[in-house]
Design a protein around this ligand. Structure first.
Ligand code: SF4
Ligand code: SF4
Length: 182
């Protein structure tokens, strides 16, 4: 059967009218900030104090976009008669975000919890070289890393938290003792 003349136009207008009354789904970024989940993969932060320069992240990165330089230093023995030890000292830690594919492998493989996801994503640059973030910049991102999720009720306290509390209690006790004496 031949279509009724003008029915196509009527259908089109009906669709237009229907969508005109609906709430738009397009977010007007940057006027409207996106509502992202807290664990969004935005940028990587480096907690330098935890990094032992084991190089695992740089070796496992599929894009070879983590650059690490270090040198060795000799540390005196912890106790008299002990042996000197050598440790790696970090000279450079950089991530090239123009190559990074945000796979998260570096964060997964780091055995010392030195790398973290931050949800920050507004770091576009006009010069591609500025997308290589050096250690200071990577440290700054650490301030934007969300706190870890709460433990399950009844879960065992992580040993790191217990150790940190013990040290804090000891320091507080020593401080109180000092104040009493003075
Ligand atoms: S997220 Fe993936 S690609 Fe990016 S630095 Fe880490 S391992 Fe490399
Ligand atoms: S894997 Fe972790 S500890 Fe090892 S070099 Fe990378 S950030 Fe540092």
């Amino acid at each position: 059967m031949a279509p009724i003349p003008g029915s196509g136009l009527a259908k089109g207008l009906a669709v237009t009218l229907r969508t005109m009354t609906r709430k738009p789904v397009t977010a007007q970024y940057p006027d409207t900030q996106p509502d992202l989940p807290p664990r969004t993969r935005g940028v990587i932060g480096l907690f330098e104090e935890n990094c032992t320069v084991c190089m695992l992240c740089a070796r496992e990165c599929p894009d070879w976009c983590i650059y690490i330089d270090s040198h060795k230093e000799t540390v005196p023995p912890a106790a008299p008669g002990g042996r000197e030890r050598s440790r790696n000292v970090l000279d450079r830690f950089a991530i090239d975000f123009s190559l990074c594919m945000y796979c998260g492998i570096c964060i997964e493989v780091c055995p010392f919890d030195a790398l973290f996801w931050s949800p920050e994503f507004e770091y576009a640059e006009t010069d591609i070289r500025d997308l290589t973030h050096e250690r200071d910049k990577l440290r700054e991102w650490m301030w934007t890393v969300p706190a870890p999720p709460a433990l399950d009720p009844g879960a065992e306290e992580p040993k790191e938290v217990a150790a940190a509390r013990k040290t804090a209690d000891r320091l507080a006790a020593a401080q109180a003792e000092q104040q009493e004496e003075s």
